[in-house]
Design a protein around this ligand. Structure first.
Ligand SMILES: [Zn+2]
Length: 272
């Protein structure tokens, strides 16, 4: 590791220690562990010479961990295969490139957090030992997001700017991740005061499938978003609706709603 990388690793370490302390202050063991997992991933990436600026060289990181990567036919998106001598990450070959990148980052997170490969920094394996499968998956997603969209870089990039899919598209393009990944990471880390809905159309109405931050299914079912005009000719397209009424069951609130429409089966709505 060069002295510049060493300096960067120390600065990052300090940054994540502060995050960690803040989470502890808030008495949220879950958030404290998330911060610790991010810190571990970031330190190992820095040791491998990968700066906290996207896009990360994930193949270089895997090589530094002594792990090979292969694309093949799988029943799932990705997995880790280990025998006594080798460790490999397998990725489903039909995924699109941005999805493959996320899967690779997620599987690298499994290797590091679950201590499946030797790393130069202490593992948090013991802390997650009692975690359920779902919780470990969630933690690996958070670490994949940290690799692809380093929080500190992301904060500098989006913070002073008004919520917009223009910014989301820039972030997704630089990080080589999907639009929805970039949008949800920005929102779930509180960088914008906004809400993201995954929508589809049915019988002339908008159906909300899920949201970030997440809502209960009953709440999602009560959301009525104003239907944007969609022309098949111009997909994917963006539509901005200013100061429109959105219904949440009996309540109505006014928002700016920006749509990113992939097809009639899939659209993202950004409310702010
Ligand atoms: Zn996983």
């Amino acid at each position: 590791m060069s002295s510049r990388q060493g300096q960067e690793a120390r600065e990052l370490s300090r940054y994540f220690e502060l995050l960690f302390d803040k989470a502890k202050e808030q008495r949220s063991p879950r958030r404290a562990l998330e911060a610790e997992a991010r810190r571990q991933i970031r330190l190992i990436a820095a040791t491998a010479g990968i700066p906290a600026v996207p896009p990360p060289d994930l193949r270089k990181l895997a090589a530094c961990l002594g792990v090979s990567i292969r694309e093949t036919s799988l029943a799932m998106k990705g997995r880790v295969i280990q025998d006594t001598l080798t460790t490999a990450i397998e990725i489903e070959k039909t995924l699109d490139e941005s999805e493959k990148t996320f899967v690779l980052a997620h599987e690298i997170a499994h290797l590091i957090l679950e201590n499946l490969v030797p790393t130069p920094h202490p593992s948090i394996r013991s802390a997650i030992g009692t975690f359920s499968y779902t919780e470990i998956e969630r933690l690996c997603d958070i670490c994949a997001e940290e690799l692809l969209l380093p929080l500190e870089w992301l904060r500098d990039w989006v913070d002073p700017r008004v919520p917009s899919f223009t910014v989301v598209e820039e972030v997704a393009h630089i990080s080589r991740c999907q639009i929805e990944t970039a949008a949800s990471v920005i929102i779930k880390n509180g960088l914008w005061s906004a809400k993201l809905y995954w929508c589809s159309w049915k019988n002339g109405a908008t159906i909300v499938d899920r949201s970030c931050p997440p809502d209960e299914p009953a709440v999602l079912a009560s959301v009525r978003l104003p239907l944007p005009r969609v022309t098949q000719a111009s997909l994917p397209s963006r539509v901005v609706q200013r100061d429109v009424a959105v219904e949440f069951g009996d309540q109505r609130c006014r928002y700016h709603v920006e749509w990113f429409i992939f097809s009639r089966e899939k659209a993202l709505a950004l409310l702010y």
